[in-house]
Design a protein around this ligand. Structure first.
Ligand code: ZN
Length: 220
């Protein structure tokens, strides 16, 4: 069987571990992981970019960046990159409208959907504590520090990110289901959807992905 390069998007709710899986996969396959967030930060940091300044106006007010702008930033960066040996795109597209635009820029041959129930997301994120100093992340039940509330590595007092509070998580999940979940249908219809059970431990999720993409004929 001929193998092909992975030209993938990866998506799932926050707390699904999609970022971790994306970077593990990128290392294993030696292909770039393109984080939409990083491209946006780079664009906004570029003082000469009119596009970046426009985006900044929305971001600084905490507003959703319109699809037209999101698509323009992504197109600009993606067209400059050497993606001949494959890539994984994380954080874009976020909705069907963006996905149809992406299809005009790049050929996507796999959409990895990391699936996880809302209750599991809430349990994972709600119990999370972070170290302000070394950025280590702990979990009340799954990865507790040796001493409650104290970083095991550097001894700093741990804190809970605003994003990890239950009400905030619930709001974001609602937005996710409304905008991003229809992506699964879109990619299913195109025959490129790969659904993965994200409720398993990180290592199992990763092995699951590798096994399945290898079966599909991708270079692993
Ligand atoms: Zn620390």
């Amino acid at each position: 069987m001929r193998t092909k390069h992975l030209q993938a998007v990866i998506f799932g709710p926050q707390g699904s571990g999609k970022g971790t899986q994306g970077s593990l996969l990128s290392e294993r396959l030696n292909i770039p992981l393109i984080g939409a967030g990083d491209l946006f930060r780079a664009e906004m940091a570029d003082k000469k970019s009119t596009l970046g300044q426009l985006v900044g106006q929305y971001v600084n007010q905490g507003l959703l960046v319109p699809d037209e702008l999101v698509n323009a930033v992504m197109a600009r960066h993606l067209k400059r990159m050497d993606l001949a040996h494959g890539f994984i795109l994380d954080g874009y597209p976020r909705n069907v409208e963006q996905a149809t635009t992406l299809d005009r820029i790049l050929q996507i041959n796999l959409a990895i959907h990391i699936k996880i129930d809302d209750e599991d997301v809430i349990r994972r994120l709600n119990g999370r504590w972070q170290c302000p100093e070394c950025k280590s992340v702990y979990h009340e039940t799954e990865a507790p520090p040796a001493k409650k509330g104290i970083c095991s590595l550097c001894g700093e007092k741990l804190f809970r990110r605003e994003d990890d509070k239950e009400e905030v998580i619930k709001q974001r999940l609602k937005a996710y289901h409304y905008m991003t979940a229809p992506l699964a249908n879109y990619y299913r219809q195109r025959g490129v959807l790969l659904a993965i059970n994200g409720a398993q431990p990180i290592h199992y999720v990763f092995e699951d992905i590798v096994k399945k993409i290898s079966k599909l004929g991708f270079v692993t």
